[in-house]
Design a binder for this molecule. Structure first.
Ligand code: ASP
Length: 452
């Protein structure tokens, strides 16, 4: 058990939680689960919420302040960030379109949704707050709300995450513009703090198997009450939700990226996939764009012919800020939870999702489950109870594995088109041929500098 990978433990927790929930409904001890098991789920959710503000603050400041070369690389940088933003917004729009068409949350019966909403409406004040801020506000209110008048005020609630992001952005940019010798200690501090916060994420995730068990058992008891049949509705809704996320992810990999590659470069898309495939497989098995980065860089340079200059700038930046898969997942999950909890989302809510999911995917660290934690931000911004994470958490690992494939493929696509527009792409070659060239080069080097 000790050496079992975390995702297996989470899966086992999930199965035990479901069984416990079902047995509790049938055995009539639902109240026991609510009183003695469910609180551990709430503790887990609280841990995730607790990390959200410091994680965003520190990882964004750290990421932006690393871009000291941006002035030198401003042209490539501008193009890269432009492509990244366009693909992220497009990915979110695809996610929103799909989830609004399929409406997976509505697979739960109407009365259950209303019941869930009332049960989880613990943050009534939050909703009142967002309702009153929408009422009587002008069209630019959303912009005004992004700029905090007191940073400690912004830190006090997860609803104000956009304000935290704004502050982090400002701080990071100001660091880049300040003389290096002054900034160095600050930079070191944020480097270290970033490592510590990532470790906290890691610790919180170790608690995930128990958290998931408690959440699922509690949720099944809450949803089913004394009617076991309605637990089935929950599974149906979850299945449709997972398929909706997968459809969005598949669209990016099978339609969007190939279309971009064939439009902007002369690489055949079969060759593109052949080149990038090992990185995709590693992304799938590690659920981490950061862990996959060395292989992505290697394949993009050696098999797709992107120059090292371009790949070494575009790919690390992409692993940190460009997450198309994560952003599709954010959009579909936020709307699914809102539907399941009986919230009607307005057009303004959907636009808020586009904005916050973009920022959340930029702020998400390239490690497993980062997207799940960032979902707290999107939910907070549209006034949906973060307890809704309980609904989707058990499915997160397999979906994380799939969205990380999309994240990595998106980075490779942008690196290839930036290289192509810069004349830094060796084209017309088969990936195998390029690889062969590299091997020859390495052999020649080894001959020149034989290993003793
Ligand atoms: N695991 C993802 C990545 O590393 C991030 C996430 O969506 O959780 O790219």
């Amino acid at each position: 058990m000790k050496n079992l990978a975390l995702h297996w433990k989470i899966l086992i927790g999930m199965v035990i939680g479901i069984i416990l929930g079902l047995v509790a409904i049938m055995g009539g001890f639902g109240a026991f689960v609510t009183d003695w098991i469910k609180p551990f789920g709430t503790i887990f959710i609280n841990l995730l919420k607790l990390i959200a503000v410091p994680l965003v603050l520190v990882s964004l400041i750290d990421g932006i302040s690393n871009l000291t070369d941006l002035a030198k690389l401003s042209r490539i940088g501008g193009k890269t960030i432009g492509f990244y933003l366009v693909s992220t917004v497009l990915a979110i729009s695809v996610g929103l379109l799909l989830v609004n068409l399929v409406e997976p949350g509505n697979f739960l019966p109407e009365d259950k949704r209303e019941e869930l909403r009332l049960k989880y409406a613990s943050e009534a004040t939050m909703k009142m707050q967002s309702a009153s801020s929408v009422e009587g506000s002008g069209p630019l209110q959303i912009l005004v709300d992004v700029v905090p008048d007191n940073i400690f005020g912004a830190f006090t609630s997860n609803i104000n995450m956009l304000q935290v992001i704004f502050f982090a952005f400002l701080f990071g940019v100001a660091m880049v513009m300040t003389p290096q010798e002054k900034v160095l200690p600050v930079k070191k501090f944020f480097d270290g703090a970033n490592a510590v916060i990532l470790r906290i994420v890691d610790l919180a995730m170790r608690f995930a198997p128990i958290g998931v068990l408690a959440l699922l058992a509690g949720l099944i008891v809450d949803i089913a009450g004394d009617d076991p049949a309605s637990a089935l509705d929950l599974f149906k809704a979850l299945g449709v939700y997972a398929l909706t996320v997968l459809a969005g992810l598949a669209f990016m990999v099978v339609v969007f990226y190939p279309a971009v590659i064939t439009t902007f470069t002369s690489i055949k898309y079969r060759n593109f996939f052949k080149g990038i495939f090992p990185a995709q497989m590693l992304a799938f098995s590690t659920s981490s764009s950061a862990a996959t980065l060395p292989v992505t860089m290697d394949r993009v340079e050696k098999n797709l012919g992107v120059s090292e200059e371009v790949s070494s700038f575009v790919l690390p930046l992409g692993a940190t800020i460009n997450m198309d898969g994560t952003s599709i997942h954010q959009a579909v999950s936020a709307v699914f939870i809102a539907q399941a909890f009986g919230h009607d989302l307005t057009m303004l809510d959907q636009l808020t999702i586009v904005l916050t999911a973009t920022l959340a995917s930029i702020g998400a660290a390239a490690v497993p489950s980062a997207g799940l934690i960032m979902l707290v931000i999107v939910l907070g911004a549209i006034g949906v109870e973060p307890e809704g994470l309980a609904l989707i958490i058990a499915l997160d690992r397999p979906l994380d594995m799939c969205r990380t494939i999309v994240n990595v493929t998106g980075d490779a696509t942008v690196a290839t088109i930036v290289a192509s527009t810069e004349g830094e792409l060796r084209t017309g070659l088969d990936p195998d041929q390029l690889l062969h060239e590299e091997v020859l080069k390495e052999e020649a080097r080894d001959e020149r500098y034989p290993i003793e």
